[in-house]
Design a protein around this ligand. Sequence first.
Ligand code: TRP
Length: 472
Amino acid sequence: MALSQGGKTRDGWSSRSAFILAAIGSAVGLGNLWRFPAEAGANGGGAFVLFYILCVLMIGLPILLSETLIGRHGQASAPESVRRVAKASRVSSHWDILASMGVLAAFMILSFYCVVGGWVLYYIGQFMADIFASGVTGGAFEGRPAEEIEALLPNLFGNGILMVGLNALFLGFTLFFVARGVSGGIELVAKWMMPAFFILLIAITVYGAFGGAFSQTVSYLFTFEPEKLTGPVMLAAVGQAFFSLSLGVAGMITYGGYVGRNVNLGSTSAIISSADTAVALLAGLCIFPIVFAAGLSVAAGPGLMFQTLPHAFQEMPTGSVVGLLFFIMVGFAALTSSVALLEVPTAWLIDKFRFVRPVSASIVAGGAMILGALAALSFNELADWHPLDFIPLFAGQGFFDVLDGITAKLLMPIGALLTALFIGWFADRKLVDLENGLGGWLHLFWLFLVRFVCPIALIGILVVGIFPGMFE
Ligand code: TRP
């Protein structure tokens, strides 16, 4: 739909549900399927999960609403939207720094996100090859020893050229849709891939549940043991909530910029965060029973989805088909997120330099390809290159980890903190009232969260992130 803005028209979502689907597509990604189960498993299960849900409600949702509100009011790229809200509120337009940092952060996340997208493509290829070799009925990688299956990932890491190539392929898919525009490209992926994603996730979860270890999983994920709720676990949970809801990097400001005036942002934000959380929990209910049933450990961290799970598919009847569908599903979710990540800097370039969309998107993708290649090579050829060795926080880390660390530990929390301060304390009350779609006590409660709870929590995250030794 074309949204009119000062006489000019701007491409926008064709309907409220298109916006909701695209925003859910942005939120639901590797964060839910790869990072959430890995973090939950590594942080002891129930305590992490329940605290995570609390963070989504008390910190994630209020910031999500703040971001979409800024975007919808501004109807422009993220920094320009912030300037418009600032102008209408008669405060300094330098608040746009929160969105400029976000644009940079989105660009950096895009770069390493597509590297991991490449790993997903690799596994899709591995399961396809397995089906060609040994048919659809047996388990995955039949007759191959566990070490060999778990070595698939390190083997890929050893092959720099393949990693860069797969990274380029994934980024290429992303560029294709973003270059086609908001209603004709971004919406298109969301409309087809998100429903397909949901069907696959539910089907695989139900299938896995019959494999046996479902009740073990439920008690693992939902039994609250207060003594397990330590400082590092809480920190991991807040960080995960932010990453998963795509907050702090101007993503939801950008998507909010394509939302029509008639959409109620309060209720849509609630729908988006509930869907994102539901998918994270479902991902846990999907992956853990399969892993438990195979008698494997859920505490493998980042290796859980890429190493433990493929091994677990070996025990499962028709495991190679289920495995293939699983990784296709992960690919869909990752693509709808990388599309959102590419859109953030693309919208900014279109606004700022008046480039046409395909040119803007290609420039950003080109830059992300360079950073992404460096990140991919940090697993092999460039493993000894530690670019920020002189900063203690990043000492000894390769380029991939540096990109991840700068965004997760610094840019995302700072961006979210500034958003909370800006909307809570500086933006015009009437404008905020009008945009947020909340009434009565809900509005007051939201304001309380944005003014006090979010800033305090975010400052905590920043401090603990920068001085990790403090709580140990
Ligand atoms: N939320 C995405 C996921 O769970 C990742 C992400 C973080 C993201 N920040 C973003 C996606 C900004 C789009 C825009 O995988």
